[in-house]
Design a protein around this ligand. Structure first.
Ligand code: SF4
Ligand code: SF4
Length: 88
């Protein structure tokens, strides 16, 4: 049965896989966001149709990214002619 457990720590691989599945998406969520710098946006709307999940909307002529919908694919970043969309 030892082949079912990690040799260095003895933790079963199935438990380790569960831990990764549970926590890796959260780490990505808190360390990486795509956002529009409002002061730099010129309201051209070029980025809006580029988003595959329709996370970008225009509010008072400024692009706004819905962080709950955004998948951080970064497709919108190069679409902005004034580089107002930042990935950080
Ligand atoms: S990073 Fe991707 S999902 Fe997020 S707003 Fe830009 S295009 Fe949409
Ligand atoms: S492409 Fe850039 S300037 Fe145009 S609306 Fe989007 S964020 Fe604003």
């Amino acid at each position: 049965m030892s082949f079912l457990a990690c040799r260095p720590c003895g933790v079963p691989w199935v438990l380790k896989a569960g831990w990764l599945y549970k926590y890796v998406p959260r780490i990505k969520e808190v360390t990486f966001v795509v956002k529009v710098i409002a002061d730099e946006c010129v309201g051209c709307e070029t980025c809006v149709p580029v988003c595959p999940v329709e996370a970008i909307s225009m509010v008072d002529d400024v692009a706004l990214i819905d962080q709950d919908t955004c998948t951080e694919c970064e497709a919108c970043v190069p679409s902005c002619p004034v580089e107002a969309i930042k990935s950080e």
